[in-house]
Design a protein around this ligand. Structure first.
Ligand SMILES: [Zn+2]
Length: 302
């Protein structure tokens, strides 16, 4: 019988994949086009990205569904395709990673504000997430990652939707922090790391996560993971971005090289990371070098 995701996470450090969004752009996604829609219209391109990560030895794939909630798809006029896009996204990832690997269904921010700041009610958001999560789980996802979140209330709403869809689904709650000073991080709405971890633990997410920070370099993630670990024994998933994007002759570039990021992998694992992957700007080359570092850590500790 195949090992469950949470069992595997508790037993050893797992290597996830790198960015999807920046790889889609690399593969020709135009500005204003929905990358999530490619799971239907360009499945072979999505498959190729996942396959490159599997070839780089990723054992956890995150689905191509970052903006595939019906509310997020509304800006492309694709709301009614939410279930199908998520189903396809999960199936493509599963096909690529096989039964020995793991698929995390990706749930990203819906792209607006909840009432009273915005016009979206929690009920509508929960409904929207539930359609997405049903698609991801029906497509074979082992768990759900709620990621790049800056609003704790939005995470809470997503968790409610997941629990409503199916009980016992492992959830990774992954938050985006800004660096406000050396060793001090806040969410966009000013929430501290302590309060964030406390919130996630009370919410009952099985894995704590952080990803795609603003102004964060790889060393900051080591500090963040260590801070998480001081506050909780839960598994931690970390997906550092390759620095901040900048424009160079019309191209978006990220400055954190595979070598530089990979150099921090032993530190991340020592600090307590259980699942390591990459966010925006990371590539299969980053992931392949992460694996080499993880093997060094494993052989040094055995
Ligand atoms: Zn990112």
């Amino acid at each position: 019988m195949r090992e469950a995701f949470l069992q595997a996470v508790r037993r050893r450090a797992l290597l996830a994949d790198g960015a999807m969004g920046t790889q889609l752009i690399e593969a020709g996604l135009a500005q204003g086009e929905s990358g999530d829609e490619w799971s239907l219209s360009q499945p072979e391109r999505v498959r190729k990205i996942h396959a490159a990560y599997v070839a780089a030895s990723s054992e956890v794939l995150v689905t191509n569904s970052f903006q595939a909630s019906s509310l997020a798809l509304a800006r492309y006029g694709l709301s009614e395709k939410s279930y199908e896009l998520n189903l396809r996204a999960a199936r493509i990832a599963r096909d690529c990673v096989g039964q020995a690997g793991f698929v995390l269904g990706d749930v990203g921010p819906f792209g607006g504000f909840l009432e009273p700041l915005g016009t979206t009610s929690r009920r509508d958001l929960e409904e929207s997430f539930a359609i997405q999560v049903n698609g991801l789980l029906d497509g074979g996802a082992d768990g759900i990652i709620i990621e790049t979140m800056t609003s704790l209330e939005e995470i809470e709403t997503a968790v409610a939707a997941i629990r409503r869809c199916r009980s016992g689904v492992p959830i990774v709650g992954s938050v985006t922090f800004d660096r406000v000073a050396d060793g001090d991080f806040r969410t966009m709405t000013g929430v501290s790391v302590d309060d964030t971890v406390d919130f996630l633990v009370r919410l009952g997410t099985e894995v704590l996560g952080c990803n795609c920070g603003t102004g964060l370099h790889i060393g900051d993630y080591v500090q963040l993971v260590a801070a998480y670990r001081r506050l909780s024994d839960l598994p931690i998933m970390v997906q550092p971005n390759a620095g901040q994007p900048r424009l160079d002759r019309g191209h978006i570039v990220y400055d954190e090289t595979p070598e530089r990021m990979a150099g921090a992998i032993p530190g991340l694992i020592e600090a307590g990371a259980s699942v390591v992957g990459g966010c925006c700007g990371t590539t299969p080359q980053h992931i392949a070098l992460f694996r080499r570092q993880m093997e060094h850590v494993a052989s040094a500790s055995s």
